[in-house]
Ligand binder design. Structure first.
Ligand code: RBF
Length: 157
């Protein structure tokens, strides 16, 4: 039976028209042990694609909710793409839903308003284990995948 869970396209090589793109990597500090891994994966993927280090801005914001501000600020400052990374873990209260909804909608607004790729690299999990599995574990590396996503869109120039 076909394995519909494996996103093999993520291994496709990216051929950028040039490597002058300025890319922002905005990372939330909450659950920093995991968001740090997402960030390293994203930055390494950009470097592997030929984006020079000087063109990559790394900005750590307090929580995932602030990813919206970070992305909007960098987009306003003329960045070609922004990668947003965060981990929201389900707690006992309804904050999880409010934060996840706000970030999803906020980032969507930034990508539409500024017409640049903005990656939604937000893990929204029931527990820490699920987040670990998605940051280089058995469910892939969502930091690398978020970077691949913006590169794939920048490929068009
Ligand atoms: N930020 C995250 O990135 N991940 C979380 O799991 C998370 N949980 C939160 C739970 C509560 C109850 C609150 C008040 C905030 C949480 N935040 C979390 C922080 C949030 O993204 C934001 O930084 C703050 O609400 C300040 O605007």
């Amino acid at each position: 039976m076909a394995d519909y869970s494996s996103q093999t396209f993520l291994n496709e090589k990216i051929n950028l028209p040039h490597t002058n793109f300025k890319v922002g990597v905005v990372t939330a500090l909450w659950n920093t042990a995991i968001t740090g891994v997402l960030k390293s994966g994203a930055v390494n993927t950009l470097l592997d694609a030929g984006i020079p280090e000087k063109n990559i801005t790394i900005w750590d914001v307090p929580g995932s909710y602030e990813l919206i501000y970070g992305a909007n600020k960098l987009a306003t400052d003329g960045y070609d793409a922004v990668i947003c990374l965060g981990v929201v873990i389900q707690g006992e209260t309804r904050h999880f839903d409010f934060i996840c909804d706000a970030v999803a909608n906020g980032i969507a607004n930034v990508t539409i308003k500024h017409n640049i790729p903005v990656a939604f690299g937000l893990l929204t999990t029931d527990n820490q284990e699920q987040a670990v599995e998605r940051s280089g574990g058995k469910h892939g590396h969502k930091g690398e995948e978020a970077a691949w996503t913006v590169l794939k869109l920048l490929e068009r120039g």
